[in-house]
Design a protein around this ligand. Structure first.
Ligand SMILES: *Cc1c(COP(=O)(O)O)cnc(C)c1O
Length: 226
């Protein structure tokens, strides 16, 4: 598939009424593809693998805002802390604390989202309701100065049944609203990252304001080529 700016621009038009942000998910895609999407005007890119992200950050334009959206191990935070602008996949108190410490070393403030487990599949990462509550309480107690907890991220079940997807996204939105009430306005808890190529329209209807789109922009991924 050729990268086509009109696809990106039409997604951006769809996002306008929702005031939502597009993260172009470039995992497994070569730099030349990212450069084409960059040339269409897109500046926010999402990656899932630390090593791949570090290389791409070194090689691609410096005004790209890199979002980390994959599963993150605490011992790898140090590699991305110098430049990453948002981490969507925080799933433990320990990880939050590590990101704060590494951001401090780099004199930075890193925006974080907690990844909430909303799908019915066993394979998806994220925290459940009780873990989520503990992490939020710990965040509120610590007053971390180098991270901002900006919101939540979730992935719906991978199914053609859009009723299931819609129910999961509605649930995440209601969890988001509940937590937002606990956090002071100045702390900018304002980001709900939900929606991918197959379900972003539903996600937007359910209250998403950040969507993560890979295949609709870059074409299908071929993991064998890595
Ligand atoms: C790969 C990925 C996406 C993008 O998926 P598409 O279906 O290709 O749009 C979004 N979010 C996460 C967390 C991903 O890993």
């Amino acid at each position: 598939m050729e990268i086509d700016c009109t696809i990106i621009h039409s997604i951006l038009e769809e996002l306008k009424p929702y005031n939502a942000t597009l993260v172009a998910v470039s995992k497994t895609k070569p730099n030349r593809d990212i450069e084409k999407v960059y040339a269409c005007g897109q500046r926010i890119f999402g990656e899932n693998y630390v090593q791949e992200l570090v290389l791409k950050h070194e090689q691609l334009p410096t005004d790209i805002e890199w979002h980390f959206i994959g599963h993150l191990q605490s011992n790898k935070v140090k590699y991305i802390a110098p430049f990453v602008s948002m981490i969507h996949s925080v799933d433990s108190e320990n990880l939050l604390e590590t990101i704060n410490a590494q951001a401090a070393k780099n004199n930075r403030i890193i925006d974080c989202l907690l990844q909430v487990y909303i799908a019915t599949e066993e394979t998806k990462f994220g925290v459940d309701d009780s873990e989520l509550q503990k992490i939020v309480e710990s965040y509120l107690a610590h007053n971390y100065s180098h991270i901002r907890l900006r919101g939540l991220m979730g992935m719906a079940t991978n199914t053609d049944d859009m009723n299931i997807v819609q129910n999961e996204y509605k649930r995440l939105k209601s969890i988001f609203d509940t937590i937002a009430l606990l956090i002071e306005k100045e702390k900018h808890f304002d980001t709900l990252s939900m929606g991918m190529t197959g379900d972003y329209k539903i996600a937007l209807e359910c209250g998403s304001n950040m969507i993560r789109i890979g295949s609709k922009i870059f074409g299908e991924r071929n993991y064998n080529k890595l």
